[in-house]
Ligand binder design. Structure first.
Ligand code: UN1
Length: 509
């Protein structure tokens, strides 16, 4: 039996958590309301920063960078190692706050904090591996090499749905690379950001102190974000959010020749082939499409099912949708918590209506539990059988809607996979080697993430994370994503006493 939180029951829990996480009282005053999606009640108030205050923070971050860049990288790694330790100690409380502020179920809240810990471990090791190449030169008595240097202040703009992990992917790498960080979190999730700021401060004390302003938090709305995006003292802006947001941020950063790392919308698909293991497929689809209440950028939004397995898979999928437990994300057994707010619920209803208007057959999608949590938006995830990939299917709606399409030829399914504006994550379910390899080939999925027999969401941090087209092209987290936070200098050294010029040019004065 699903349980829904009752309006009024969250505030006391939230107060205790905020105190345990060490957020100073003076940071919990102001006019911006921090709202829990569990019930819609206000659980705290915080202060917005205006543009001059953001500029001041950037000035301090810039000064911090000038010192920090001279600290040896492995020593910088030690700060991140300590931060990882502090995160381990605070894991349960921070995860509980993620649940209260973003509505994630307990296991996913814990997973999000684990993702922060993982990137800290990765970045600590990386701090001893910021390698450049040594390159063969064409000139005698010369040596050529490359050196990687920090960029400066890295601005991080993050979204509500991963309120702390996305910052951590960026900040852990940026800091070991020798940069300072200014973080503008979503205005929907200021409390988790304040908690992380307090946890980081504890690591900084154990480290023996860090330059003032090395990692700063700027709370606020659009004005605060724009002040960060437009400031020439911020050479790198890493922004996670909608493609609409990226369309503003990208050109503004480019205008001043800054570097943007964009991680924007996804409209992720999976293809279910005739040979697919349907038990495994069902579980993978359920997590990828309904997990995080459909509010991951990697959420599975489109499912292309081969004609030959459609009738075997669809009824099972429908019963999983009908029975998945929706409700209080803190309660054991709940798999789907609330949407972030009324706006998300309305966008979901608009998309479902548009799908119906073009022949989509919708199951689910209705609001649940409104009699308990007046302003908590709980929905039954929606499964929509679509006759074709219409405009509604091609748009990302940040809600648990899975559009299902039939296909008969793999070439068509791959075409559908690619025929949307976004290019983040994708998957194929098959036990046929040829199909799997074709999907992963240059003529296969055009996404930054392409998986076999795993859903499109839930990537681990060891790989580079991001995607193409309207997803923005940025890469974060593992592999060599660190290079985006550094500048490369090519160094040529002449240790001889003549001056041979490259390309055989002579210039004798
Ligand atoms: C996001 O939704 O912005 O791959 C990030 C995943 C997570 C990260 C999602 N590791 O689903």
């Amino acid at each position: 039996m699903a349980r829904f939180p009752v309006t009024g029951e969250i505030s006391a829990d939230a107060d205790a958590l905020l105190a345990r996480l060490g957020i100073a009282d003076d940071r919990l005053t102001g006019t911006r309301e921090a709202v829990t999606p569990l019930t819609g009640e206000v659980i705290a108030r915080v202060a917005d920063m205006d543009a001059p205050a953001v500029q001041d923070a950037i000035g301090r971050a810039h000064s911090a960078f000038l010192e920090w860049r001279m600290v040896p990288a492995p020593r910088r790694g030690e700060l991140i190692r300590l931060f990882g330790e502090e995160l381990r100690a605070a894991k349960a409380d921070l995860a509980a706050l993620v649940t209260l502020e973003a509505g994630k179920i307990t296991s996913e809240g814990l997973g999000e904090v684990q993702e922060m810990i993982d990137i800290c471990d990765f970045a600590t090791g990386l701090s001893r591996q910021l390698h450049g190449l040594t390159i063969a030169t064409e000139r005698p008595d010369h040596r050529m090499m490359e050196t990687w240097h920090p960029m400066g202040v890295v601005g991080v703009i993050s979204a509500f749905n991963f309120p702390v992990a996305v910052w951590a992917w960026n900040a852990a790498l940026a800091l070991v690379c020798g940069n300072s960080v200014v973080w503008k979190p979503s205005e929907k999730t200021p409390l988790t950001a304040l908690a992380v700021d307090a946890i980081f401060a504890r690591a900084a004390v154990r480290f023996g102190g860090v330059p003032e302003g090395l990692s700063t938090l700027v709370l606020g709305g659009r004005a605060a974000g724009e002040a960060l995006v437009d400031d020439p003292r911020v050479p790198v802006i890493s922004a996670t959010g909608s493609s609409a947001m990226g369309r503003h941020v990208g050109p503004r950063v480019a205008q001043r020749f800054g570097r943007a790392i964009l991680e924007l919308g996804g409209n992720n698909a999976a293809i279910v082939c005739p040979s697919a293991d349907l038990d495994l497929t069902l579980r993978a689809v359920a997590f990828a499409a309904m997990g995080t209440a459909g509010q991951r950028c990697t959420t599975l939004r489109r499912l292309m099912v081969h004609d030959s397995v459609y009738d075997a898979l669809l009824p099972r999928l429908k019963s999983a949708y009908a029975s998945v437990s929706v409700g209080d994300p803190r309660a054991e057994g709940t798999l789907v918590g609330p949407l972030i707010d009324a706006g998300a619920f309305e966008a979901m209803q608009v998309a479902l209506e548009a799908a119906r208007a073009v022949g989509g057959v919708v199951t689910g999608g209705e609001r649940l539990g409104a009699e308990f949590a007046l302003d908590g938006y709980y929905v039954r995830p929606a499964l929509v059988e679509m006759p074709a990939q219409t405009d509604t299917v091609a748009a990302e709606t940040f809600a648990p809607i899975l559009y299902v399409l039939r296909y008969s030829d793999l070439a068509d399914a791959i075409r559908l996979n690619n025929e949307v504006p976004q290019g983040l994550a994708s998957a194929i379910f098959t036990t046929d080697l040829r199909e799997a390899e074709r999907f992963l080939s240059a003529a296969g999925s055009d996404c930054g993430i392409a998986n076999v027999n795993i859903g499109p969401s839930g990537a681990e941090i060891g790989g580079a994370f991001g995607g193409e087209k309207e997803t923005g092209g940025g890469r974060e987290a593992g592999s060599d994503s660190w290079k985006a936070y550094m500048r490369r200098a090519t160094n040529t050294i002449n240790y001889g006493s003549s001056l041979p010029l490259a390309q055989g040019v002579t210039f004798d004065v």
